[in-house]
Design a binder for this molecule. Structure first.
Ligand code: GCO
Ligand code: MG
Length: 418
């Protein structure tokens, strides 16, 4: 094979497919999703999620204007080659827009590869290492009593792990708490809404919440909590210590993760397991955290971390350092990402847990899928590829609507991390 033949369809074994078209489906069945569909000359097509909450059209343009023209004629079986072409070949690399766009292509190509070989994607990643992926649900409430009710409701549905968030007394709208009895959904149409934050009130309240939750839920339920990047390292250390008696499964995003030495400070004070990475995009955002064993779970999602190809490598790297996976799975990640995460989670040895915030019935109708929940675990299903389709005529009924995540301010008006 000559060097110039590497990107051609020749010489690549039995899979001689060619990409003949790729296009985007942007829809808003309650919330926005950007989906890439890649078609091949053999009639096999694949789907990839390209949704970046609140910045959807930037990724859509990156794909439409810059990536799709480069895909035509390529062999979709060459997942590694195409990934390197889009990552290295752009010269400008990393960042959420770029990596979400590359992830969409990568997912779609794995989907095609699975369908062409007539096997679910997890078989291409090493095969099943477990019977299902342990998932955690979201329990929210305006106060402790409501949160306990919500946890118990999820336990009754079969969940073995639950993330608990509650309204902080004296703060009008706390992170993770639903408004007006609706399920929690952070993105809102119109301009960004504003919420308030007080570290002092939160730090006084959070241990009481988990003390009551442990009493109500017993010792065996896995309890998780998301701090959503709001503390300084020493504040997070205090929170971690105060939560130790309630043995959380993890404390998530205690601090913004730009200054990663902060995690060393937290670690030196508390044994609460730490999870971070939902806003990361490449291994370079988490290499040090993993290598220095400063975290226990890596949350970088398939969709925002460049796809299945790099996520598999990050998981294998993390395994060397006793770090397990705990992928982001909020409702702003489409069912295509949920499926990709489950295929990967079923296969890698160091799977930890998967976030499961179920999509609305409307979203499930637009994206019919094979994955299923049973008794605390999820399974990606046995259908070849990723096992997710898109009903384009339904999707067309829900056109894109601009939406933003909220912003947060301290009680004196200072802008802070949401
Ligand atoms: C989580 C997340 C979400 C994010 C949301 C942003 O742990 O599920 O923190 O609630 O805020 O995905 O788009
Ligand atoms: Mg989070």
């Amino acid at each position: 094979m000559r060097i110039e033949d590497v990107s051609s369809t020749e010489d690549s074994g039995t899979l001689l497919l060619k990409i003949v078209a790729a296009r985007l489906i942007v829809c808003s069945p309650g919330r926005n999703f950007v989906t890439l569909r890649v078609d091949t000359d053999e009639g096999v097509s694949g789907l990839g999620d390209a949704t970046l909450n609140g910045r959807e059209l930037a990724v859509a343009s990156y794909l439409e204007d810059h990536v799709i023209p480069c895909l035509i004629g390529r062999n979709p079986a060459q997942t590694e080659e195409v990934w390197q072409y889009l990552y290295r070949g752009a010269y400008w690399r990393r960042g959420p827009i770029t990596m979400t766009a590359i992830a969409a292509v990568d997912m779609a190509l794995w989907d095609i590869k699975g369908k062409a070989l007539n096997t679910p994607v997890y078989n291409l990643l090493g095969g099943a290492s477990r019977h299902g992926c342990l998932v955690y649900a979201h329990a929210n409430g305006a106060d402790i009593a409501e949160t306990i009710d919500s946890v118990q409701k999820h336990v009754a549905e079969g969940y073995l792990a639950v993330r608990a968030q509650a309204g902080v007394p004296g703060i009008a709208s706390s992170y993770g708490v639903p408004k007006g009895g609706k399920p929690y959904e952070p993105a809102e149409r119109g301009l960004p809404s504003e919420s308030l934050w007080s570290t002092e009130r939160y730090l006084n309240f959070a241990p009481k919440l988990f003390e009551e939750l442990r009493k109500a839920a017993g010792e065996n339920l896995h309890l998780l909590h998301d701090v959503h990047h709001r503390l300084t390292p020493i504040e997070a250390a205090r929170l971690g210590k105060s939560l130790e008696p309630y043995h959380l499964f993890w404390m998530e995003d205690p601090v913004p993760a730009e200054l990663q030495d902060g995690f060393a400070l937290i670690r030196s004070h508390t044994t609460v397991p730490l999870a971070t990475g939902e806003v990361f995009n490449t291994i370079w955002d988490c290499k040090e955290l993993i290598e220095r064993q400063l975290i226990d779970y890596i949350r970088m999602a398939v969709v925002h971390g460049g796809g299945i190809t790099p996520a598999r490598k990050v998981a294998d790297f993390a395994a060397l350092y006793h770090v397990r996976t705990g992928y982001h799975g909020a409702t702003d990640l489409s069912p295509v990402t949920m499926a990709a995460a489950l295929h990967l989670g079923l296969a890698v040895h160091n799977f930890g847990i998967q976030e499961h915030m179920p999509h609305s019935g409307l979203v499930d109708e637009v994206f019919p899928h094979e994955y299923r929940f049973e008794a605390g675990y999820m399974h990606p299903g046995e259908k070849p590829g990723l096992g997710v389709e898109i009903d384009e005529s339904r999707a067309a009924r829900y056109p894109y609507q601009r939406a933003y995540l909220p912003i947060a301010r301290k009680l004196d008006g200072t802008l802070t991390d949401w």
